[in-house]
Write a protein that binds this ligand. Sequence first.
Ligand code: ATP
Length: 240
Amino acid sequence: TADNAFLTVTDLRAGYGAAKVLHGVSFSVEQGTVCAILGPNGAGKTTLLRALCGMIKVRGSLVLDGDEVSGRAPESMARLGVAHVPEGRGTFAPLTVEENLRLGAYPRRDRAAVDTDLRRVYDYFPILRDKQRDAAGGMSGGQQQMLAIGRALMLRPRLLLLDEPSLGLSPLVTQELFGIVATINQEERTTVIVVEQNAHLALGIAQQAHVLETGRIVLSGTAAQIRADEQVTRSYLGIQ
Ligand code: ATP
């Protein structure tokens, strides 16, 4: 219900200059839940996450934990606890795993807690502990995605935005990654918005889902409702 909404998006419009991509998107996400955004290529899913983290200019309203935050810059959104893991991950290849993780904590003022959080990230992703002194660029795609999520966790996010975490990863690695995201959501009560082509996976960890097509939400419901929708099944879930 709207009463528990951690994020409320109302009539959000955004694009790139003259290219309008989002044409009035409205939805809300409850505190501590996982929300999946599904939809075809070019629907505007990536643009939606960019709009939510302040990377691009928006019209409409974004209310985060009761405060209107539309128009804030990315750094300001980061300080409010919005962490964005972009498509393509955005880790720094020549830096070590640990240097990348420490960069994730840069907007925070409570420096003392950073070492504690580093240990927490290593507990979620033991492979990152093993490779803490290795250059990020030498790791596999799955390990780099774990690093990107680990770096976002260093912000102690209240809202985690994940853009296509499964991109380019094997089914097994993707499964493991989604399992860890579900654990983080449960243990930290972190609210998560995940954009995914792999609808099965996303619906497996989400409570709510929205289908975006050409910049508009065309279907919203619980994960079970979306999974049961015939059109969605045909378009995004394939034959099981
Ligand atoms: P995909 O799964 O392919 O990433 P998507 O649903 O995430 O698709 P977006 O990446 O948000 O879709 O793209 C929506 C539209 O915005 C597309 O028509 C795309 O060409 C356009 N677009 C994306 N990024 C830019 C940009 N930086 N400048 C101009 N147009 C852009």
